[in-house]
Design a protein around this ligand. Sequence first.
Ligand SMILES: [Zn+2]
Length: 95
Amino acid sequence: MLGWKVLGILLAGLGLVGYGYWMLRGRYDRPPSQHLMIERAFFKCDRCAGFQGGNYGKGPLEYFPTPPSRKCRHAWVRIPEDEFKKLKASAAAPR
Ligand SMILES: [Zn+2]
């Protein structure tokens, strides 16, 4: 039956579009991967100035994105906890 064929092609097309979208979206705003499975670590992005850190693997994690973070292909750089605390303090302070 033609109807089922068309429906199948439509579904396959939708699946492909969804997969493509997921692949594209997945490239942006990714968490750092330079930490161990379970590790207390802190990172800052060189590109968008977003930063995050905490206990990877078991939490809690804190993430402070900047407006460009959502479309950023982050260049995560490991930072010491002291610097993370400073960044956090300045992010929380009213401007
Ligand atoms: Zn970034």
